[in-house]
Structure formats: structure tokens, C-alpha cells
Design a protein. Sequence first.
Length: 184
Amino acid sequence: MRKIIIFFFIFNIYPHAFANLKEDIILNLEKIENFSFDFEQTINKKKEKGNCIVDYPKKIFCIYNNIKKKIMVSNGKSLVIKNELSNQYYVYPLKKTPLELILDKKYLISKIKKLNSRLVDNRYIKFTLESKDQKINIFFDKKTLNLVGWQTEDIYQNLVITFISNIKINKKIDKNIFKLPRAN
């Protein structure tokens, strides 16, 4: 009898807990207009740190804390990565990068509604987004319901793991930071 009760609990109550977490994550996302955060990004075992501001839909501004003084900016259509030290300047169509999906709150919400989630280390809720030729794992904190990172492949097919922390939501931001920098 005890096994039947445990079986019932696991297969009937536990999925409802995940459904509630999914609903709560969606409700939390719907309230967010912008957020800033610190990040640690690993690309093929090379780590970079910095901070970013995201403004939905599809805008991001990041400053990397490294010797190259790299910045990354998206105005919602293009993504520019500029190395201030060497003055190298790269422009990509945003739609060719995983950020196209990560920075699109409406897309995230629509996908999360349909996806199954997975609990990771009893701390993170993971969703796997698949679109065209891109696969993105996104992670939300189980307690705060905030986005805490993602795992993708970059345009060179390198594994990219981004962990975010010190998240601040819906603060006043200067929208001019999303203007693309000019090549010198």
C-alpha cells in the first residue's frame, strides 16, 4: 500500500509542482521590461566576465572586463562586437545568433508554455529551445524564477556557457546605450 501511495505522489503531484513553476516563471518574465546582470561566460574553457543590460525586445549592451575592452551591443536587428583596444569591429545579423531567441521575451514565453522542464541540481529549471539549426538550454533559478544562464553554440560551433548573477530588474536605463558603435 505504501508503494502505491508513493507512486501516486510522484506521478500525480510532482508534475503539478513543475507546472506551477513553469506558470510562475512565465508570470515573472511577463513583468520584466529590462534587467541588468553580471556574467561569466565560458567558450571552449576560456572564461570572460563582464556586465550587461537587456531591454526587451532584443536589445543588449555588454561590457567585458578584460584587457581587450570588448563591448557587445544589439539594437534589436544587428549585433556588434567591438574590441576597443585593437579597434576590431564585427557586425552580425542578430537573427543568425542564439541571442535572437534569448532576447525575445515573447518567443521565450511561447516556447516555455509548450516545453517540458527539467530540474537540475534541485536549484535550476532547464528548458531546451530548438529553432531551425539552433539548440539553446536556458536555466531559471527555482527560488527567484529569474533567468540565470544559457548554453548555446556560437557561430563557430563553440560551446558557450553563460552564467548570470546580481540581477536587477526594471531599473531606469539610458536607451542610447543600444545604439550601435561606429567603426573608427
